[in-house]
Design a protein. Structure first.
Length: 282
């Protein structure tokens, strides 16, 4: 069985297109707790590339900043009526980009807050220094650092890191996806009534919100087992990759939201396409 989900991607406000993701289900890890796998990362993680090593170091640096702010207290300001940014977002991004520039000064960086280099660069790092800002701002320990390296428009490696519990989701093209060092695979659900679907809501409270609610209604009408909404797209994608969800959808996402999670799903045996069946662009 293939489950499907739709999102929209955007580089700048007003520039988005509908895309579709399909997740075939070869072998799942359903029911295993991510936090219980942390020790395995040290024992089993053998994949390494210079770019992956750098992504790990940068995510660790950004994550340390987020964890410090989270424990000390959070300063919040608004980018829009419900779109938040914190001092931790910008400090994390600055620390991450500083490491990327030190090791690869000729590489481009596309990041959520302050760095917007050309997306068609041969070497491109796509960075979300704090995915799940609303959770973070409300004291909910459900957020990540997400970093992906693209070469010639194709994802080559990526990490999604949860700094509060120390969980790592890592993927390298052609070498697989790993949760704390153990191989990850998408779910093996045979029926919709076995399947959980993740959903995200964009900041729009108008038609896009209504469309999301209609989609949820339609999914329940199709007999899915349940809907889950946690507010961190990179982590939702990783949950597809480890077999907890059969799919995930959100009607608008930016590249930094999905860049690393996309590769994780693909390397875990899932498929990510546009609604026309084409490869998902940056």
């Amino acid at each position: 069985m293939e489950s499907t989900a739709e999102i929209r991607r955007t580089h700048e406000k007003g520039d988005f297109e509908t895309v579709q993701r399909r997740f075939p289900a070869p072998l799942g890890n359903r029911g295993r707790l991510p936090g219980s796998w942390y020790a395995w990362r040290i024992m089993e993680a053998t994949i390494t590339t210079p770019e992956l090593d750098l992504a790990r170091d940068a995510a660790r640096a950004g994550g340390a900043i987020l964890a410090g702010h989270f424990r000390r207290g959070i300063e919040v300001r608004h980018k829009g009526p419900v779109d938040l940014v914190t001092a931790a977002d910008t400090e994390s991004e600055q620390a991450i980009v500083r490491l990327l520039r030190e090791r690869f000064p000729d590489h481009a960086v596309l990041a959520e807050e302050e760095h917007r280099d050309a997306v068609d660069a041969e070497h491109l790092w796509i960075v979300d220094p704090l995915d799940g800002t609303t959770n973070f701002a409300h004291g909910i320990p459900h957020f990540t650092v997400s970093i992906a390296y693209y070469r010639d428009g194709r994802p080559e490696c990526g990490v999604v890191y949860e700094p509060i519990n120390g969980t790592w989701y890592e993927a390298v093209r052609g070498q697989g996806a790993f949760l704390d060092g153990r191989p990850a695979r998408v779910a093996t659900h045979e029926r919709l009534d076995e399947t959980l679907v993740g959903v995200g809501f964009y900041y729009d409270r108008g038609e896009m919100m209504e469309a999301t609610l209609r989609a949820i209604h339609a999914l329940f009408g199709s007999g899915i087992h349940g809907i889950r909404r946690f507010g961190t797209a990179s982590l939702d994608l990783c949950r597809v990759g480890i077999g907890l969800y059969g799919g995930f959808f959100e009607y608008e996402l930016s590249p930094w939201d999905f860049a690393a999670g996309r590769l994780f799903v693909e390397e875990a045996g899932g498929r990510v396409t546009t609604c026309r069946g084409d490869e998902l662009p940056v």
